[in-house]
Design a protein around this ligand. Sequence first.
Ligand code: ZN
Length: 463
Amino acid sequence: MAAEPQLKFYNTLTREKVDFQPIDRNNVRMYVCGPTVYDFAHIGNARPAIVFDVLFRLLRHVYGESRVTYVRNITDVDDKINARALRDHPGLPLNDAIRLVTEKTERQYREDTTALGCLEPSAQPRATENIAQMIAIIETLIAKGHAYRAAGEVLFDTKSMADYGQLSKRNLDEQQAGIRVAVDEHKKSPGDFVLWKLSDENEPGWESPWGRGRPGWHIECSAMSGRYLGDVFDIHGGGLDLIFPHHENEIAQSRCAHGTHAMANVWMHNGFVQVEGRKMSKSEGNFVTIHELLQTDKLGGRTWPGDVLRLAMLMTHYREPIDFSVKRLEEAERLIAKWPAADVSGAAPDETVLAALGDDLNTVAAIQALHALAQAANADARLLSVFAASADLLGLLPKKAEIDEAVAAEIDAKVRQRLELLKAKNFAEADKLREELTARGVQLKDGKDAATGERITTWEIKR
Ligand SMILES: [Zn+2]
């Protein structure tokens, strides 16, 4: 077996690329902030799902499938969820309405991420199933002097932590300068944030030592990562927009509660997503959900297959901003149409692809190497198994599709027609037919019959 590659990842905490050393190589642990389930996930949400799925696949390859634990939470308590429940189900008791909204959205999220080729994480805990763990952490923080009660809330005391702000590299004075008007007079410092707040009878709530209430957002991730991965774990991921305040506050809560030097050793963040060169927003009219891309003609007047969306996302390095455009999707589609369908057979992946991914998830270089390998495998079937293993590492393995007989007969007829055109040296028309078939996912392979020397063409379909 080949030597295990030394993985290197850019750590937001230290602002440098470092060699990755797992705390326990028999259980490599990563946590990624998951969706707040009140609406369809947009393509900005698709990026961390895809990027950290590639990381999950890489870690499983290097350390072993059963030796990686990937936790992605589901935020199912949030004021946006309450508002959506009241709007969509006005006649129902609030808890029932909330359950309808969160269950539907959670199901949709799973369908979307599956269509994007993402593996299921090892665990997908819900916030509402971890309230007891949140209350326990808040009690510890109060007991250790890191949290206080004021005006119906429990707040984290940012001044109580000497090195608060180490992830976002903001000091407290800078943060305060950025906060407008002191509306929150009950806070000791403007940067103090909510751990628990009281609920009225129209809001969801749980009994706690501080009265019936609900948790703040940040405490959820401290509770769920601690429960599933321990006080200190290997990798914490999420979008760039989560660095401050969300991740900063997760670190503050977890470290102060557990008395540790770190919450996670490596912090990885993916860049922003734009659509057709502009920031995505509902008012701009360029707000696109994963569901719309897969099922409707919202972008480019057509639907897009999940593997094309995934490849388009991975054609930019995860830390760079990405511009999601029809042009980029078409480029991804043209590329993947040239790749052979294959099955994973236990072969080792290509070393160039593996080395590129091990170098801070350089998917751009990995895809270049994979494309070269695809072309080589098209010419030499012995390379198919290496191609399959490499493509699978990126979650981009084209699958052989099941096709019905009528479609197969129609394709056969077109392939024969093209052979006749080639025989008649009508190359322009023959190319047109090939393009038409390629656009439908049909891949042609020209060759010669060994016995007769006659030109033959075989074909396969990929989606
Ligand atoms: Zn989080």
